[in-house]
Design a protein around this ligand. Structure first.
Ligand SMILES: [Zn+2]
Length: 296
C-alpha cells in the first residue's frame, strides 16, 4: 500500500456507509445524512440505488445467517479503479495489441520478442497497481468468516496484496515466471532486476526463455485451480460475482453450476448482466465496503 490510496469507505455524501443515496434502515450507525434534493432526472438512478441497497441488505442478512462462507468470483471490473483498465474496450490493451497476434501461445512460440512488447507493458501496469477498497473489503469479509474462497480471473494478485489468503487464480499470476525449457520458476521481481526491459527474460538456471505464469489464449486453464474452483462452487450456498460478466468459459460455467445446485448467485457490477442473479448495480469499490459496514 502506499501513496494516493483511495478512501476506504464511501463518503457520507453517498449516505453514510451505504452505496445508495437514501436513508437506510439497516445502518447500525446513525449518520447525519442530508439527502440532497433530487431532480426528476435522478429518479431512475435513485430507484436503481435503492434496489441495490435492498439487495445488499439481503446479502448481508444471508451472510450473517449462512453456515458456510460465500464464494466470490472476481473479474477485471474489480481492478479498474486500481488503474488496471479492462483489456477489452476502447482504452484496453486489446485496442492496441491484437490478442490474436500478441496474446496466444502460438504467437509466443513464433515471435517471443514481439509478444514481450505486450508483456512488458502489461508488467508496468500491474506493478504500479495497488488494491482498492473492493479488494480490501473482500479481505476483511474473509477475516470476518463470511467469505471463504476468492476465485479470480485476474492475474494482478491484488487480492493477495489486500491481505486475502485463500485465492484461486484461474488465469494464473504475473508474480512468477517459468522457464520454457527446464520449468525453473522465478519471481517477477527477480526477473525485473536481472533483465533489460523490453528483452525476452532468460532462465538463470539454463538460459532458456522465461514466460509469465499467466494463461495465454489457446492454453487450458490450470487444471488444479479450475478443479478447486468447481469444488468450492459446488459446496457454497452463495456465490458473489464481482466485476465480471463471466462470459468466457470455463469461468462462465461457475455461476451456472452454483445455480443448478441451488446456491444463490449475487452480482455486484455497475452494469449487471447475469440473467438470474440477485443484482447489486454498484461499483465494487462502493458496494463491498458497504457490505462490510453492515456486517461489523
Ligand atoms: Zn531453464
Amino acid at each position: 500500500m502506499g501513496g494516493g490510496a483511495a478512501p476506504w469507505w464511501p463518503t457520507p455524501a453517498m449516505c453514510g456507509g451505504c452505496c445508495c443515496a437514501a436513508p437506510h434502515q439497516l445502518h447500525r450507525r446513525s449518520p447525519q445524512v442530508t439527502v440532497p434534493e433530487r431532480s426528476s432526472v435522478d429518479l431512475d438512478d435513485a430507484m436503481d440505488a435503492r434496489s441495490g441497497c435492498d439487495a445488499l441488505d439481503e446479502l448481508a442478512t444471508t451472510l450473517l445467517d449462512g453456515p458456510r462462507g460465500a464464494v466470490v468470483l472476481s473479474g477485471a471490473g474489480i481492478s479498474v479503479s486500481s488503474d488496471i483498465p479492462a483489456f477489452r474496450g476502447s482504452t484496453g490493451l486489446w485496442a492496441r495489441y491484437d490478442p490474436t497476434e500478441y496474446a496466444t501461445i502460438a504467437a509466443l512460440d513464433a515471435d517471443p520478442e514481439k509478444v514481450w512488447q505486450l508483456l512488458w507493458e502489461l508488467d508496468e501496469v500491474l506493478a504500479a497497481a495497488e488494491p482498492n477498497p473492493a479488494h480490501l473489503a473482500l479481505a476483511e469479509l474473509q477475516g470476518l468468516g463470511v467469505v471463504s474462497t476468492i476465485i479470480t480471473q485476474n492475474v494482478d494478485a491484488l487480492h493477495q496484496a489486500a491481505g486475502s489468503e485463500d485465492v484461486v487464480e484461474l488465469h494464473g499470476s504475473h508474480r512468477t515466471l517459468t522457464c520454457r525449457t527446464c520449468e525453473h520458476t522465478v519471481t517477477r521481481d527477480a526477473v525485473v532486476r536481472e533483465t533489460t526491459r523490453g528483452a525476452v527474460p532468460r532462465c538463470p538456471s539454463c538460459g532458456g526463455q522465461l514466460r509469465p505464469d499467466v494463461v495465454f489464449f489457446g492454453e487450458p486453464l490450470p487444471r488444479a485451480a479450475l478443479h478447486r474452483a468447481q469444488e468450492d462452487v459446488r459446496r457454497c450456498d452463495d456465490l458473489i460475482v464481482v466485476g465480471t460478466a463471466a462470459e468466457v468459459e470455463p469461468a462462465a460455467s461457475l455461476p451456472r453450476l452454483a445455480q443448478e445446485l441451488g446456491a444463490r448467485v449475487w452480482e455486484i457490477d455497475p452494469q449487471p448482466s447475469l440473467p438470474t442473479a440477485r443484482r447489486i448495480p454498484r461499483p465494487a469499490e462502493q458496494a463491498l465496503p458497504a457490505l462490510v459496514e453492515r456486517l461489523r
